[in-house]
Ligand binder design. Structure first.
Ligand code: NCD
Length: 324
């Protein structure tokens, strides 16, 4: 579990995990290899390591979360860290002020790792500039959600044996999705072909500049793909009419067996959760044991977060100093 050593510092020369954009294939590969070993640990009878004993991890969530927060908590606890959950959703304090005040408080407490989710894009980066500890972005607005993309990649790699050369369709509410953005960067960096499949109102302008193929017809977009990655319709981020109605959206953009028939016969179905059943995905398709990897994604989430905690705390544990 402590493999990598000095070469780990060379392959993963980061103090924080803020975004996938800009990460090298080698750094991503290093985290995925490390996460593989944590999947084995999670499935073993013992399940625990003591790597982070005496370290403090704070989960600071300004937005709701089930999977991400729980899996960071589990990951930290399985590695022996003291984990504190700070939930500040609903706070009415101006965002910038809250963040900077919080940063000063946390600095004074000598925290080792801060996991932060915030509605403002760039919030995690801002904190990383003010804090002495390692900062992990658990979702910043519509910008990035790097740990989600890493767990998605681990799920795909374990099921299909590779990322390179695969065709992945990311479908639905692309505009509001940090999951989409992180996945586009990661999959592209690792040599997969990415399609975005959505109604024009849910496609951000200039998305093709990220190197994706754009489809505004679902059956066309799913033709022959290896992975169908569905996204939640993020109504809480919509300030206008992006779709005619939920009913219409499901009819044209909801994943049903009928639309799935266009994909590769063994295509894997994914969703980061939380799912809106009957909106972006049909319940039967979501629960299809043979084809849906949705439950596996959650298991991989814990392993990926353990790997990230391991990699980011190596300097604290006396490995080679790392570059910023
Ligand atoms: C995603 C998020 O928060 O961005 N959820 C998650 O972390 N599993 C996707 C979403 O909320 O739809």
């Amino acid at each position: 579990m402590q493999s990598g050593g000095d070469s780990g510092a060379m392959r993963f020369p980061h103090r924080h995990l803020l975004a996938i954009e800009g990460m090298t294939p080698d750094a991503i590969g290093f985290l995925l290899d490390l996460a593989d070993s944590y999947v084995d640990l999670g499935r073993s009878a013992e399940r625990k390591s003591t790597l982070l004993r005496g370290r403090t991890l704070i989960n600071l969530f300004f937005e709701d979360s089930t999977r991400t927060r729980t899996s960071f908590e589990l990951a930290g606890k399985r590695m022996g860290a003291d984990v504190i959950n700070m939930s500040v959703s609903g706070s009415s304090v101006a965002k910038g002020e809250t963040l900077l005040d919080t940063a000063m408080t946390l600095n004074a407490m000598h925290v080792d790792v801060l996991v932060v989710r915030h509605a403002a894009s760039g919030a995690a980066k801002l904190l990383s500039e003010k804090l002495d500890c390692a900062v992990i972005n658990a979702g910043d607005g519509t910008h990035e959600h790097p740990t989600q993309a890493l767990l998605d990649a681990l799920t795909i790699r374990r099921r299909l044996g590779r990322l390179s050369g695969l065709t992945v369709a990311i479908c639905g509410d692309i505009t509001h999705s940090r999951v989409a953005r992180s996945n586009i960067h990661l999959l592209g960096t690792m040599g997969a072909r990415v399609r975005v499949v959505a109604p024009p109102t849910l496609l951000p302008t200039g998305i093709e500049r990220l190197g994706v193929d754009v489809f505004t017809d679902m059956r066309e977009g799913l033709k022959g793909v290896d992975i169908v990655m569905m996204l939640r319709l993020q109504q809480e981020r919509m300030s206008g009419a992006f779709i005619p109605s939920i009913h219409e959206f499901f009819r044209y953009w909801g994943l049903t067996y009928d639309k799935l028939a266009a994909a590769h016969p063994d295509a894997l179905i994914m969703h980061p959760g939380p799912m809106n059943r009957g909106v972006e995905i049909d319940s039967e398709v979501a629960d299809d044991i043979g084809r849906s990897a949705i439950r596996e994604q959650v298991e991989m989430g814990v392993a990926v977060r353990m790997a990230i905690l391991d990699a980011l705390t190596r300097p604290l544990r006396g490995n080679q100093p790392q570059a910023a």
